[in-house]
Design a protein around this ligand. Structure first.
Ligand code: ATP
Ligand code: MG
Length: 425
């Protein structure tokens, strides 16, 4: 036998038993963003490597060790996108969507990071994100947070996620903070790991983002960014807090929240859950007012978030005690005997014309009644249509309910749709 080929480690197939949940998640996301007037943007999954280096930052986990980078046949360095924001900004600049305009955009799609695969962490994963451009206020920060909060409600998991917020202030404020933080960390260098020591020089704020518990402990008393905020950022942050409270959104201020990408400034936030173990962040975002200019556009304020769909799906399946509906069909059409196939086909097509929302599955491949009914049962169908030579001759259909306590009945073609309807409710 030929050797079978397996999927790449950390890259998952989405099988029929869960694809229904994915479709539900995706359509709910689409409905909610539409209700805020956001429009979809789709960008390629491959970009020039330079884009991510310049936006996410050279000294970050993603750029240092997680990117899928390769040379294409021209020798250009390309990278499978590790996140969506850089691509949105690149596309916005390229097509003149951002300068002097306001844009409210969303995207969904696969992202790629070479991380150690584990529950909630994969090498190909999916993010849904929103990005708002050209709006400086805290009002738009509040809007994107409210939008995310509405999603939790729509999914019925609002009691299982908590909002953490922080402000990173201006570049100058972060510079001042950086010095205080470096002093603090240097005094505790013996408690830091190798990565953190290296970052102490190159990008000390990243140390606050470390996942290492020992490092986490060493930074519990680190100076707080909030004490170093410039006046404007301070005002922005206090307005944000005020409006969130007015909107009835509970939050916790976490002065250690810095996010793993370099482009953020001022507002940053995460939605976290304790129902998923170590991979507790389901959604993360913030303001990135400098990025558009940094990538060659005209200075444009921006704010957004990205949500990990695998973690969301995991959360939904962990919290739900309902069995997902894995049925493939509502109505199963059998075909018994020779020359019945064309009648069965006509009946099935007719039903699809009349009731496009029903899932009508036609038996293929012959076999006796028992075999066909067994297959019908496997699809989860609620009704089977029994079509034999008599039915074909009389232009009738025998309708056999497979669940519930309706009676089997033979009806004229004209009455078929109504008869099935009464059994499906
Ligand atoms: P983490 O701290 O968990 O590594 P991150 O800060 O790298 O997350 P972001 O880059 O902000 O995450 O991505 C936003 C969201 O995308 C995360 O909160 C998470 O839900 C999801 N996500 C990120 N990396 C992965 C991954 N490798 N597998 C699955 N989901 C992921
Ligand atoms: Mg990460």
């Amino acid at each position: 036998m030929a050797k079978t080929i397996q999927a790449i480690r950390g890259m998952n197939d989405c099988l029929p038993e869960v694809s229904g949940t994915w479709q539900y998640v995706e359509s709910t996301l689409r409905d909610v963003v539409a209700s805020y007037g956001y429009q979809e943007i789709r960008t390629p999954i491959v970009e020039s490597t330079e884009l991510f280096k310049r936006s996410i930052g050279e000294v970050t986990d993603i750029v240092e060790k997680e990117m899928y980078t390769f040379e294409d046949r021209n020798g250009d360095s390309l990278t499978l996108r590790p996140e969506g924001t850089a691509s949105c900004v690149r596309a916005g600049n390229e097509h003149g969507l951002l300068y002097n305009q306001q844009q409210r955009l969303w995207y969904i799609g696969p992202m790629f990071r070479h991380e150690r695969p584990q529950k909630g962490r994969y090498r190909q994963f999916h993010q849904f994100g929103v990005e708002a451009y050209g709006l400086l206020g805290p009002d738009i920060d509040v809007e994107v947070i409210l939008l995310s909060a509405r999603l939790w409600k729509a999914f019925g998991i609002n009691n299982h996620v908590k909002l953490q917020i922080n402000s990173l202030g201006s570049n100058e404020a972060r510079q001042a903070y950086r010095e205080a933080l470096v002093d603090y960390l240097k005094a505790r260098a013996d408690k830091l790991d190798e990565d953190s020591i290296r970052r102490l020089e190159s990008n000390p704020l990243r140390v606050l983002d470390s996942k290492n518990p020992q490092v986490q402990e060493a930074i519990t008393d680190a100076p707080s960014l909030l004490d170093y905020l410039d006046d404007e950022s301070k005002q922005h942050f206090s307005l944000l807090c005020e409006r969130l409270s007015q909107a009835g959104i509970e939050y916790e201020i976490n002065p250690r929240l810095v996010r793993g990408l370099d482009y953020y400034n001022r507002t940053v936030f995460e939605w976290v859950t304790d129902s998923l173990g170590a991979q507790g962040t389901v959604c993360a975002g913030g303001r990135y007012d400098g990025l558009v200019e940094q990538l060659g556009g005209k200075a444009t304020p921006a704010v957004g978030f990205a949500m990990g769909i695998e973690r969301l799906v995991l959360l939904l399946t962990t919290l739900s005690d309902e069995e997902p509906d894995n049925s493939a069909a509502d109505v199963f059409v059998t075909a018994l005997g020779d020359n019945i196939e064309s009648y069965a086909l006509t009946v099935a097509e007719r039903l699809r014309d009349l009731q496009p929302q029903w899932r009508v599955m036609l038996h293929c491949g012959g076999g006796n009644l028992k075999k066909q009914l067994k297959r019908a049962d496997k699809t989860g169908a609620k009704v089977a249509l029994l079509l034999g030579s008599e039915e074909a001759e009389q232009q009738q259909v025998t309708v056999k309910p497979l669940r519930g306590d309706h009676e089997q009945i033979t009806v004229e073609l004209g009455a078929l749709s109504d008869t099935i309807s009464s059994m499906l409710d």
